[in-house]
Design a protein around this ligand. Structure first.
Ligand code: ZN
Ligand code: ZN
Length: 438
């Protein structure tokens, strides 16, 4: 608790966390992120610049899991493994238009990062990697010897691990300390107020009997005795009654907080059954399939579509022209649900219909607002192709000639000039509309 995550930390999670806002605001390249994340950050940077905005995150470790989840989930293929690392923090977020602060929100959040690394003992020297300096997709053995395009050499430790996805979720969990910070003042105030109330009654009685005693010493002494009795007995009454009320107030505060969170999420519960059957369906053809990994990818793709000025140039998007209001979106956050509503097969392809719950940040007319929205999407994937944990839209393998190239620049292979469909390599997004504002 207290200090922020450091940019010079040994820990890649911390390095990434401390550099994202700078990367989004200035377009500075975040070295610990893989090429796809850098690309997504660049789209957001371009959108922010267009709106004349800058964002600052002040991320302070806090909460029950600020050291990270011990049960990190791992998905792997033959060469690589992806590990989901999650840590609770306080996210103090500020937006600036020039020097003017136009938005600030402090909230408890969970930062999730997918860390991709090479599996122990696996030789990946023949695998393709985008040169960290010039971006050319190159064999790893060439990068460690000197990139053929720019000549720079890299150590293996500079290439892996890499952050290949990230997102924030809200965190409703409270530590005992945080509960104490609400409970203690509630109890003290309740005890104090109760005691003051009792004293007031005592004082009123004292004044009353002084006014009616007409100098009768015996009567005024008795009144004083009553007052002292109230003053001392009141301590015990206020102690018990006040402490009890204080706890009730604390519980009410927590119920209201949790109720708000639950009310937003109850509609998402209806997808839990279909999520399970979707996972089982996908596992029949791809045993490595994981719903969480899919959901992370879906949110990331949708984020890129919403933040791109020309979504139709994105290699994975085959939908129609997007709604013009999307151009006011400057940040996209998941609310934790990608609700699968229907899965069907069409030939070799899985077609997935889903409702995606997002918290989007809009900027227009000098105002920044945050809106909870539901988007409807359709995604598609060729089931006969294996899942790769090292799939990148910025360095894909041409299915025809095997050459590697950056699909964000061209959808036609520069070596054999064959074009391809994204759903034959990984997921494509065929449809995306805003379904509801909540
Ligand atoms: Zn290079
Ligand atoms: Zn080719």
């Amino acid at each position: 608790m207290g200090q922020t995550w450091k940019s010079d930390s040994e820990d890649i999670f911390e390095r990434f966390a401390s550099g994202i806002d700078e990367a989004i605001s200035t377009g500075q390249v975040l070295k610990c992120a893989d090429r796809d994340v850098q690309y997504s950050i660049r789209l957001q940077n371009e959108r922010m610049r267009k709106h004349g905005l800058r964002v600052r995150y002040n991320l302070t470790p806090r909460g029950n899991l600020s050291e990270g989840f011990k049960l990190g989930r791992i998905w792997s293929d033959e060469h690589y493994e992806n590990k989901l690392e999650s840590r609770t923090c306080l996210k103090d977020e500020e937006y600036y238009e020039g020097e003017r602060r136009v938005f600030r929100k402090k909230e408890n959040a969970v930062l999730h990062q997918t860390v991709t690394s090479v599996r122990d003992g696996v030789d990946v020297s023949e695998d393709i990697y985008c040169c960290p300096d010039c971006g050319a997709p190159t064999r790893i053995s060439q990068l460690t010897g000197g990139c053929p395009s720019c000549g720079n050499k890299f150590r293996m430790s500079e290439l892996y691990p890499k952050i290949s996805n990230y997102y924030f979720y809200p965190d409703v969990g409270s530590t005992r300390k945080e509960m104490g910070r609400i409970a203690l003042p509630s109890i003290l105030i309740s005890v104090g107020v109760t005691y003051l109330f009792l004293l007031l009654i005592g004082v009123a009685g004292l004044i009353g009997s002084t006014l009616t005693s007409h100098g009768n010493t015996y009567q005024s002494m008795q009144a004083m005795g009553n007052f002292i009795g109230i003053a001392i007995g009141g301590i015990f009454i206020a102690g018990f009654y006040g402490a009890f009320t204080g706890w009730i107030i604390t519980v009410i505060i927590y119920l209201v907080r949790f109720g708000k969170f639950a009310a937003q999420r109850i509609p998402m519960a209806k997808y839990l059954g279909s999520q399970k059957s979707f996972e089982e369906f996908m596992k029949k053809s791809t045993p490595e399939f994981s719903y969480e990994f899919f959901a992370g990818k879906a949110v990331n793709y949708i984020k890129m579509i919403l933040l791109s000025d020309n979504p139709q140039n994105l290699p994975f998007y085959y939908g129609q022209q997007t709604d013009p209001s999307f151009e006011n979106i400057v940040d996209v956050e998941s609310m934790g649900a990608v609700g699968v509503t229907k899965v069907e097969t069409s030939g070799n392809y899985a077609v997935v219909y889903a409702d995606v719950y997002l918290e989007n940040t809009y900027h227009s007319n000098g105002k920044v607002v945050r809106i909870n929205e539901v988007f409807e999407t359709v995604m598609r994937k060729n089931l006969s192709r294996p899942v790769s944990m090292n799939f990148h839209i910025t360095s894909i393998h041409c299915p025809t000639c095997g050459g590697s190239f950056d699909a964000t620049r061209s959808m036609t292979c520069p070596y054999c000039s064959n074009s391809f469909r994204m759903e034959d390599l990984d997921w494509s997004v065929d449809y995306l509309v805003r379904k509801a504002v909540r």
